[in-house]
Design a protein around this ligand. Structure first.
Ligand code: HEC
Length: 182
């Protein structure tokens, strides 16, 4: 648009006639509002980090969905693997592990009196439901207590979710015992 021409003046570019009208105020208002909004949005979510990022929102929603999917369903490999994706459950499991299990299995599951839980060798099986059975029912004759009675089903599930996160982290500790998991 050439600025020398007054508003409303017709001008011609390559034979195309155009009215040099001002943009309507409402239109400009919307334009500027969106620009200001975009800066605010950018600052809130991307610069200051105040707004929750889409990844965090996604993770929270996935965790919530996992919890819903697991609750009320019988414990299975699937529900335990889903619980393993739930940071809240895993954190609860970790707290319990530190209090109840670390004395025999080490702070990181590397093994002390009890076997190393971070290798791929298992005496009682390394599948989610195998681990769940060992933790819930114990191997009492061999010195591994049964935990479902004392801690309840929910705590046992979150502990197993945590133990699943230790699997194959290979923390140096007690030598492997049992069979490698297929
Ligand atoms: C008093 C010591 C002790 C405590 C406390 C203990 N464990 Fe154990 N745990 C053992 C022993 C010993 C074994 C090996 C049993 C065997 O030889 O069959 C074992 C085995 C296991 C196994 C099976 C490992 C495999 O190779 O198959 C898992 C899983 C396990 N414990 C998890 C836990 C969890 C989770 C807790 C806490 C809730 C816990 N243990 C608390 C002593 C303990």
């Amino acid at each position: 648009m050439s600025s020398s021409e007054k508003p409303g003046v017709l001008h011609i570019y390559d034979g195309i006639e155009e009215m040099d009208n001002h943009l309507p105020r409402w239109w400009l208002f919307i334009l500027w509002t969106t620009i200001v909004f975009a800066f605010g949005y950018w600052f809130y979510y991307h610069v200051s980090g105040t707004g929750p990022g889409s990844l965090e929102v996604y993770k929270a929603e996935a965790a919530e969905a996992a919890r819903k999917a697991a609750s009320g369903k019988p414990t299975s490999d699937e529900t335990l693997l889903a619980l393993m994706q739930d940071p809240q459950a895993v954190d609860q499991g970790k707290v319990q592990f530190t209090q109840q299990c670390a004395a025999c299995h080490g702070q990181k599951g590397e093994g002390l009196i009890g076997p190393n839980l971070t290798d791929e060798f298992w005496l009682h099986g390394g599948k989610p439901m195998d681990i769940h059975k060992t933790v819930a029912e114990g191997a009492v004759a061999k010195g591994m207590p049964a935990w479902e009675r004392t801690l309840g089903a929910e705590r046992v599930r979150s502990i197993v979710a945590y133990v699943l996160t230790l699997k194959n982290t290979h923390v140096p500790g007690k030598a492997p015992q049992g069979e490698p998991e297929q």
